[in-house]
Design a protein around this ligand. Structure first.
Ligand SMILES: C[S@@+](CC[C@H](N)C(=O)[O-])C[C@H]1O[C@@H](n2cnc3c(N)ncnc32)[C@H](O)[C@@H]1O
Length: 346
């Protein structure tokens, strides 16, 4: 089989609808090994495990970025969401759709299904990657699988500072985040790129919601083994940040003036005592709306693991707090009336 055909075959195997979560895990592992083997990326080599530290948090070394495939629910939902978004855009636009993928890692993982489903006349992709070794890998991958006709350019660049050569982008993709949108530069990257694109593109993920809620850890374990689609182990109380195209647009002027001026509104939250009796942990929750029905709910992926803020088993009154998402002095959800801020728990 030619490399491009084998790539198509492996990606299709991974996206096979009939796979159980265990089957998907095996396929994800195989896909990562296949890609690394094909382009000669040694995932055990120390230099490939070195992260790059940027103004807005860390950029993962190529080994860690490659292992993101193994967060299989994440990978599959992003791939399916992206395919659907591209399908809609190709139908709607009637001309070549320009896709900008920020933080593509060593394999451009999330757009791999597009290469066998669309023609180069339908889609053109720009890749941005800050880590020199991941950039080297992804350019090797493009050559190895003969993907050049699809690639407008693959730049070694910091996407949170990159100046776009043209304002026309139809779909903007990025997965440079961790739970709570903390520690990695998803928000600054999207603010920078969205502030240069007109008209606004389809953003993938369409929306990332960071909320304060309460959790019952015993039921949490139960839910993990039972039905992760309908968990009863947590209750969401208030959204701290709902990051989508409109939330980004509201910050564009501040971002352009000075990124330090970006201020997302703070929220006052009351946690009723009655709820704390049943759910004694106060947590930060993350939900990712990738595109349309492709949603990653809390604790379905490493990106949506709930993060503990407080344990309040002896609380005697309602608990009041104020929470705000901040980019500076570092990316964090600041919480007033809590002993620590959330970043100290991660
Ligand atoms: C979490 S990995 C995800 C890799 C791949 N997109 C995936 O979803 O499997 C994030 C990637 O974004 C890159 N990255 C982080 N910050 C960046 C920045 N400011 N500009 C460009 N790339 C960045 C990292 O080097 C890493 O390769």
């Amino acid at each position: 089989m030619k490399p491009a055909e084998e790539l198509k075959h492996r990606v299709n195997q991974f996206l096979d609808d009939s796979l159980s979560v265990q089957g998907l895990t095996v396929r994800g592992n195989e896909l990562r090994q296949f890609l690394a083997g094909q382009i000669g990326l040694d995932l055990q080599e120390e230099s490939n495990k070195t992260n790059v530290h940027t103004k807005y948090g860390k950029a993962l070394g190529p080994s860690w970025a490659a292992y993101c495939i193994d967060d299989v629910v994440r990978t599959k939902k992003y791939m399916l969401g992206i395919m659907e978004a591209v399908q809609e855009a190709v139908r709607r636009e009637g001309k070549t759709v320009h896709i900008l993928y920020a933080g593509c890692g060593p394999f451009a993982t999330l757009v791999l299904p597009l290469f066998s489903r669309f023609a180069p006349e339908e889609i053109q992709i720009t890749l941005l990657e800050i880590h020199p070794k991941s950039h080297e890998s992804v350019t090797g991958l493009i050559e190895h699988f003969s993907l050049e006709p699809y690639i407008r350019t693959a730049e070694l660049a910091d996407a949170s500072a990159y100046k776009l050569p043209s304002s026309r982008v139809d779909i903007l993709i990025g997965e440079t985040m961790q739970s709570g949108l903390l520690r990695e530069p998803q928000v600054p990257i999207m603010l920078n790129l969205l502030s240069q694109i007109s008209p606004p593109p389809v953003l993938i993920p369409q929306c990332v919601k960071v909320s304060i809620g309460v959790l019952n850890p015993d039921r949490y374990r139960q839910d993990l083994s039972d039905d992760p689609e309908a968990p009863s182990c947590y209750r969401l109380l208030e959204t701290v940040l709902s990051f989508d195209v409109s939330a980004a647009a509201a910050q564009t002027e501040s971002w352009k003036r000075n990124p330090e001026d970006v201020r997302f509104p703070s929220k006052n939250i009351t946690v009723p005592l009655s709820l704390l009796k049943e759910y004694p942990f106060l947590d930060l929750f993350t939900e990712i709306l990738v595109f349309n029905k492709h949603i990653i709910k809390p604790h379905q992926s490493f990106l949506t693991v709930p993060m503990q803020i407080e344990h309040l088993p002896d609380q005697k009154t309602d608990f009041q707090l104020k929470a705000a998402f901040r980019l500076s002095p570092y990316i964090n959800v600041q919480i007033e009336n809590s002993k620590k801020d959330v970043s100290e728990f991660v």
